[in-house]
Design a protein around this ligand. Structure first.
Ligand code: 15L
Length: 270
């Protein structure tokens, strides 16, 4: 018989719970808290046992303030998750994350796990190895907004002591969709391991970690983030042949092939 995991948080908030990764994490986070509060602007369905369903637009400061009432920890996935024009990104990813940190400060929330993105450093080349301490090189307005999110997290730790683990998530899907994702892939099980490690490590301060599985192609060096105890157990290796077969010829002058951000680097928002 396996022992159930310890309950970590009396009340944990999951934003973006109706999104792709939100739907994956929603049932997997429940064992780690007494009450899981789920939020989104999209349909969330009925509350399961031990859940509270609280829809809230992130740009609405009052709604976000109510959302954080009685919350001990947050997994913040909410917001725009792809490259879009700046006026779509601004209210949710920038004003929204300010609202979240302000509400967390007022309500004494102790830790936030923030879904940042590899697109914060998407303009590094695929031939480079990037560490979480290197300067950011966002590859678009989406990446810029995630860099802002990391900065606000840093500021709220330095000034108010709210801990944050920023997860620069690679490509979290059932399997890598293309050659690039052989390096950036994060399996759903490893995503769960990463988020749970970030929630359960006794002290995280302000940390930045790349979210990837134990892949054979490595663009990111996570050595500085080992303290949270994340140990990936999956690898993209078994998908290599299938992924490479989809792209037999690579145009080496294509920015999507040169830079880590792939297609995001040339995705004009206009
Ligand atoms: C992201 O940040 C996006 O949210 C996701 O849709 C993927 O495109 C991923 O990055 C990626 O880089 O593959």
């Amino acid at each position: 018989m396996t022992t159930p995991p310890p309950i970590l948080y009396p009340r944990l908030l999951l934003t973006g719970a109706a999104g792709g990764l939100g739907r994956v994490l929603r049932p997997r986070l429940k064992p780690h808290c007494q009450t899981l509060r789920v939020s989104d602007i999209a349909e969330l369905g009925a509350a399961a046992v031990g859940e509270e369903v609280m829809p809230a637009p992130l740009q609405d400061a009052l709604a976000v303030d109510k959302l954080l009432e009685g919350v001990d920890g947050v997994v913040h996935l909410g917001g725009v998750s792809v490259e879009r024009p700046f006026d779509e990104i601004l209210p949710v990813n920038i004003v929204g994350i300010y609202n979240l940190y302000e509400a967390a400060r007022k309500h004494g929330t102790r830790r936030i796990v923030f879904a940042s993105s590899n697109h914060v450093t998407g303009f590094y080349k695929q031939s480079e190895t990037v560490t979480p301490t290197m300067p950011v090189r966002p590859d678009g307005y989406y990446g810029l907004s995630k860099a802002f999110g990391e900065n606000i997290a840093r500021f709220y730790f330095d000034r108010y002591g709210i801990e944050t683990v920023c997860l620069r998530i690679g490509s979290s899907y059932p399997e890598p969709k293309d050659r690039r994702m052989l390096a950036t892939w994060l399996s759903y099980d490893d995503l769960e391991r990463l988020v749970v490690a970030s929630l359960s490590s006794p002290v995280v301060g302000f940390s930045v970690i790349y979210g990837m599985s134990d892949n054979p192609v490595v663009w990111w060096d996570n050595a500085s983030a080992k303290h949270v105890g994340y140990q990936p157990q999956d690898s993209s290796a078994k998908f290599k042949n299938a992924a490479e077969a989809k792209q037999l010829k690579l145009d080496l002058s294509d920015p999507a092939v040169i830079y880590q951000g792939g297609g995001f680097v040339k995705n004009s928002p206009i």
